[in-house]
Design a protein. Structure first.
Length: 118
């Protein structure tokens, strides 16, 4: 089992920044890929970014490329999502996820709300 706990969401004005954190625990989480997804009201959940613990290889959705950065801190067992130049369309519940596949993860956090005002 892998446990994921997100934090860092909140309300920010357009153009501002937020950093989300995801604390991971469990026996094998550090062999998995870690990812962030988001779900806006009345929309399907969508992929945002992913990273692997071992190689630190990253991949981003086109909608956030150049504005968001995913990173890991192995000592803290934590994955971060630094979000800059936020837009109202970034408003969503953000979920941390883990699994052998970052696109179809096995484990999910409870989500953290990000609201960007115009």
């Amino acid at each position: 089992q892998v446990q994921l706990l997100e934090s860092g969401g909140g309300l920010v004005q357009a153009g501002g920044s937020l950093r989300l954190s995801c604390a991971a625990s469990g026996r094998t989480f550090n062999t998995y890929a870690m990812a962030w997804f988001r779900q806006a009201p009345r929309k399907e959940r969508e992929f945002v970014a992913r990273i692997t613990w071992s190689t630190r290889s990253t991949y981003y959705a086109d909608s956030v490329k150049g504005r968001f950065t995913i990173s890991v801190d192995n000592a803290q067992n934590t994955v971060y999502l630094q979000m800059n130049s936020l837009k109202p369309e970034d408003t969503a519940v953000y979920y941390c996820a883990a699994g052998p596949s970052a696109i179809h993860p096995d484990y999910w956090g409870q989500g953290t709300q990000v609201t960007v005002s115009s």
